[in-house]
Design a protein around this ligand. Structure first.
Ligand SMILES: Cc1ncc(COP(=O)(O)O)c(C=O)c1O
Length: 462
């Protein structure tokens, strides 16, 4: 393979205070290249801090260990003490499944060390990030004037969107706060980061009762908004974390429009479904939302950490988030500055690996990969429903399913989960649903083999 030249600077960095770093650069790049292509090891797992201390000895010393030793410790001790999030048999929490192109480009992004907060410093990178965001805007059915930026994760994305929503409400109320304080509305199943944002913002959460299958609906929302005039935003989930269900966005959007309340859609996990024709109908109404997030590090095949935050009207975000200081006086506020759109200033261009993966593979392959995981989830669900010893409790709306093993105690389910995890066979954890302990699987990896999962369920739970 031919290596392209990289820029116009000197070929090799001068040897200054750090000495010659050529060897350590070569060794770390080699490690990264090998990790990208090798198979994941599902047995890698957390160890106690005391064990790690014993295995590594002191690592921060006055003289330094030298790159070779530090890298050896990482390779032999530290990396194996982290879980392979991208293992195809990891079905816990929301796992990850970055493309190799995306992971490799993470190294390129780091090497370029771009300040991605302001256009004047990061223009080329921000332009590329915006191309990826524009694809999401198109999937949402929003106007081309919509836009946003990449932040670290859904938690900061949700917080930033809600700060914008409250600022907009305050402006629309002529600067007067509601007598009984600000409130946001969501269901009990909204992600924990929504309550975290509410605490940070010192606002109350009004819980909207869910329908029989766990959805936020316009009917229930209307009653809540009629009762609570201080509600400045409604948060709907496009893929709840625990159950993977999509709220009834069209009726929720109707009611938000009726009450002139901001609609934020949290699609951190499920937003990827927008690209999949077989489930796109579940998102109807999202075209009327005011803000939206999706984490490409979840189901859009990008590495950690990466959340796409989008606003229908980015000017409202600028009004809420722009930081002013005399040393920032020269910043061009007409330019697209990600720093103006969220709770951050310094920012690495963390959307670049996602952009590179999309640019490399194309949107059609992305849609196919998402459809593939949806199909895997449905195949496993159908198999569970057909097994006498198992009970399917929740069929996947997207790619999360819940099941249990009638006759087993909670401890037996936990034991089964632990045994398979320790053996590196399958990572399938328990969760609580409708007040009881159940088993949960979340599929985001197109490499997960449905037949292999089914065989494990058939042979290890009977
Ligand atoms: C629906 C939803 N929203 C928000 C978050 C928080 O995202 P992050 O962990 O990237 O901060 C998650 C994480 O799993 C999620 O599933």
């Amino acid at each position: 393979m031919q290596i392209m030249h990289c820029g116009t600077g000197p070929d090799v960095a001068p040897i200054g205070v750090w000495g010659d770093e050529t060897d350590v650069v070569a060794a770390t790049m080699e490690w990264a290249a090998n990790r990208v292509v090798r198979h994941t090891d599902p047995k890698t797992t957390a160890r106690r801090s005391s064990e790690l201390a014993e295995a590594t000895g002191p690592t921060i010393t006055a003289e330094g260990l030298g790159g070779a030793t530090a890298l050896r410790l990482f390779d032999e001790v530290l990396a194996p003490a982290t879980r392979s999030q991208d293992d195809p048999m990891n079905l816990a929490y929301i796992p990850a499944a970055p493309t190799r192109a995306a992971v490799a480009f993470e190294s390129v992004t780091s090497a370029a060390n771009i300040f991605g907060g302001l256009w004047e410093a990061g223009a080329g990178a921000i332009y590329a990030e915006n191309q990826a965001l524009a694809w999401l805007v198109e999937l949402l059915g929003w106007p081309v004037t919509a836009g946003g930026c990449f932040v670290s994760g859904g938690t900061i994305g949700n917080l930033s969107a809600l700060v914008t929503a409250r600022h907009d409400a305050l402006v629309r109320r002529g600067g007067i706060r509601p007598e009984n304080g600000w409130k946001l509305a969501c269901t009990a199943d909204a992600h924990s980061s929504i309550r975290s944002a509410a605490r940070v913002m010192d606002v109350d959460v009004v819980e909207v009762p869910e329908d029989g299958s766990g959805h936020l609906t316009g009917v229930a929302l209307r009653e809540v908004l009629a009762e609570h005039p201080g509600v400045f935003a409604v948060v709907a989930s496009a893929g709840t974390t625990n159950t993977g269900i999509v709220d009834e966005l069209h009726s929720v959007a109707d009611v938000c429009a009726e009450y002139r309340v901001w609609l934020h859609v949290d699609g951190a996990y499920g937003g990827a479904g927008l690209a999949a024709p077989s489930v796109r109908g579940l998102f109807d109404g999202i075209e009327r939302a005011d803000s939206f997030i999706v984490d490409p590090h979840k189901w859009l095949f990008a590495p950690y950490d990466c959340c796409a935050l989008l606003y229908r009207d980015p000017d409202l975000a600028r009004a809420a988030h722009s930081q002013r200081a005399s040393y920032l006086d020269t910043v061009d506020r007409e330019a697209w500055n990600p720093a103006d759109l969220a709770v951050h200033l310094s920012r690495r261009a963390r959307g670049l690996p996602f952009w590179f993966s999309l640019a490399t593979h194309g949107t059609a392959k992305y849609a196919a990969a998402i459809e593939q995981t949806l199909a895997t989830a449905r195949t496993v669900a159908t198999a569970i429903a057909g097994m006498d010893h198992l009970r399917l409790l929740l069929a996947p709306e997207l790619s999360v399913l819940l099941f249990d093993r009638p006759g087993w105690t909670e401890e037996q389910m936990r034991h089964w989960s632990r045994t398979l995890s320790d053996a590196g066979v399958l990572l399938c954890l328990t969760t609580t649903w409708n007040g009881r302990l159940v088993l949960r699987m979340a599929f985001v990896n197109p490499e997960t083999d449905a037949a292999q999962v089914i065989e494990i369920l058939r042979t290890t739970m009977d």
